[in-house]
Design a protein around this ligand. Structure first.
Ligand code: SF4
Length: 359
């Protein structure tokens, strides 16, 4: 049997959905499949599962999601990261509800038009919900195919991406696309894994070229090394017995529409309270003379795809008479209400570590 045909047949017969039971398998509701696929972008299945379950419970149909208040949705998403996914989900749900009469699009091209849906997600939804013949191509698929065929060129070039898109489409079981796509994804996640491939129990082993050539862990080849920019965030935790001050992130930056403590970003980490006061961007609405510095907590580090955030939390007791007159995107909230807002993970950690001290 030719190598391509062998791969397709072996993956289809290897696949047993029960091997990796997940709540979004065996369903053909495109709304739920879409929800699961957006959650699974950048998130492992085990981590995404409770989020999927709570979303389905709270928003059982696309109309429920479309009509949800944005702050509620962001709070539901809290801890999952890559918050643009939640914003796009909301925007697309509104389009389906308001412009498409609540009917989920049923062709690959129309699914691809939804905000936040790229070719991979569109292929997954089209094949799982409608059994349309579109191959998924993600990190799992790159790894399985580049190893099985021992592909030596980089996968992250235009030519490499085109090659894999065509190859993936060629080896797709086009009359059984949903099952095949599930199979190759599960196979990549459980057998042909990045660091500990289970080659001895692999149904493709007899024809796997990388196994034969001893190049399993050199595949796939990537050209670009991920560059991360380091940013230093100083959060001002302004404390008063009756309130805390929080700010909604509105700019075009990470964590848009999440909440945070008032932030001063600096080019380097700061050591002392006097350095913080002198670094020149102190907000004019927050009089320094009304604050008494208590302690600095941190640094805490959070790695994002392209950024590394180093955060320090400056705890400042507020002793003024009047509540500070902060701009519109700031809110003065009761200390016990703080956690009702959605914060980035790095602030969530601060809350968890300092709960007793904060309230
Ligand atoms: S033999 Fe090993 S490297 Fe080749 S496909 Fe199977 S698990 Fe992957």
């Amino acid at each position: 049997m030719a190598a391509e045909e062998f791969l397709t047949t072996a993956l289809l017969s290897w696949y047993e959905p029960e091997r990796r039971p997940l709540p979004w398998k065996h369903i053909d509701d495109p709304y739920r499949i879409w929800l699961s696929e957006i959650i699974l972008q950048q998130t492992r299945a085990e981590q995404g599962r409770p989020y999927y379950e709570k979303f389905v419970k709270k928003y059982p149909a696309v109309a429920d999601l479309a009509l949800a208040p944005e702050d509620e949705l962001m709070k539901m998403w809290e801890g999952l990261g890559y918050y643009s996914r939640a914003r796009n989900l909301h925007a697309a749900a509104k389009v389906i509800h308001n412009e498409l009469g609540g009917a989920f699009p049923s062709t690959f091209e129309d699914i691809l038009k939804l905000k936040g849906v790229g070719p991979y997600t569109a292929a997954a939804i089209a094949s799982f919900a409608f059994n349309l013949p579109h191959a998924v191509v993600d990190g799992n698929v790159y790894r399985v195919l580049s190893r099985y065929f021992d592909y030596e060129d980089a996968t992250d070039t235009t030519a490499g991406k085109r090659y894999f898109a065509e190859l993936a489409q060629r080896v797709l079981a086009s009359d059984n696309a949903g099952r095949y796509n599930q199979a190759i994804m599960d196979f990549g996640a459980t057998i042909c894994t990045p660091k500990a491939a289970r080659c001895t129990e692999c149904p493709l082993a007899t024809q796997c070229q990388a196994l034969e050539h001893g190049t399993v862990y050199q595949r796939p080849v990537k050209l670009k090394k991920l560059q991360r920019r380091t940013r230093y965030f100083n959060y001002l935790v302004v404390r008063h017995p009756d309130f805390r001050i929080i700010e909604k992130r509105t700019g075009k930056d990470i964590w848009q529409n999440l909440y945070q403590f008032p932030l001063l970003e600096t080019d380097a980490p700061l050591e002392s309270w006097s350095e913080l006061q002198q670094q020149g961007q102190w907000p004019s609405w927050l009089p320094i003379e009304n604050l008494s510095f208590q302690r600095k907590v941190g640094p805490r580090k959070q790695e994002l795809t392209h950024q590394r955030i180093i955060a320090q939390f400056w705890e400042l007791d507020f002793q003024g008479e009047a509540t500070p007159d902060a701009p519109d995107n700031f809110s003065v909230v009761k200390p016990e209400n703080c956690r009702k807002f959605a914060f980035p993970k790095i602030i969530g950690w601060y809350f968890d570590d300092n709960l007793l001290y904060l309230f």
